[in-house]
Design a protein around this ligand. Sequence first.
Ligand SMILES: O=P(O)(O)O[C@@H]1C[C@H](O)[C@@H](CO)O1
Length: 295
Amino acid sequence: MLHAENEYTYERITEIKDFIKSKCDIDPKVGIICGTGLGSIGELITDAFILDYKNIPYFPISTVEGHKGRLILGYIKTVPVICMQGRFHYYEGYSLSKCVMPVRLMKLLGVTHLIASNAAGGLNQDFKIGDIMLQKDHVNVMGFSGNGPLVGLNDLRFGPRFFSMVNAYDVDLLESAKKIAEELGLKNIKEGVYTCVGGPTYETVAEVRALRSMGIDAAGMSTVHEVTTARHCGMRCFAFSLITNICPIDYSTAVESEIHSNDVIEVAMSKDKDLKLFVERIVQFIGKNDLNSVK
Ligand SMILES: O=P(O)(O)O[C@@H]1C[C@H](O)[C@@H](CO)O1
């Protein structure tokens, strides 16, 4: 099968990078992607320089509720950061290579660490609404059919043609995040495997059962392709899912537990305080311990 050419070449993303550099002289080291309803993480940023996506050349726009569509550069506890207050999803009609363009932009701006967050449905029936699942791994179900962000010609300036996805979710960052959560007294921390479904539909009961049998703990509509792209260009990654609903695994309860996108946003926003503190401490940890560790 022939794939459409990726419009976001190295040269084009360099143009976007140069545009941002011409407006703002912050050199971000940590990139943050806010999930649905989790945009308040951006409020942590001081000396904030804010760009609406619509004012950045070649940038797509956010079309979903719960995603403001703003790029913020600034500092979290003296660590220079760049934050996407709103991400791009495949179901919005954007190709996966378009969805991940900002990750490559972050790389060209000097980012070494990515923190990705998302709202997700719990497939693991031991999970509860409001749990924070630290991602230890993912299953790239969209990739099983050859749909991935790196399909097409490879540009070695970003990374190699083939590479390992072992340690995609950096073990040291994961362990440190667990300790930070404990120190903060966050009780609802879980660990698990995430997958990205194409969306925009939520899962059928049969799909929940199938995904669960593959060892997947939470289903969402993002993150997998972002982390894949970040690893391709050598970033260290940490990701977490806020469990906004439990996916029904039984037909007898499926209808009464039917999910609505408003509930997703509401649950995400209700965890605002804990998640801001959590992200702040992780960024601080990276700033103190890890910034020079990227090979
Ligand atoms: O951007 P994320 O992955 O947090 O968004 C999730 C998946 C869908 O976009 C939306 C569903 O309600 O939330």
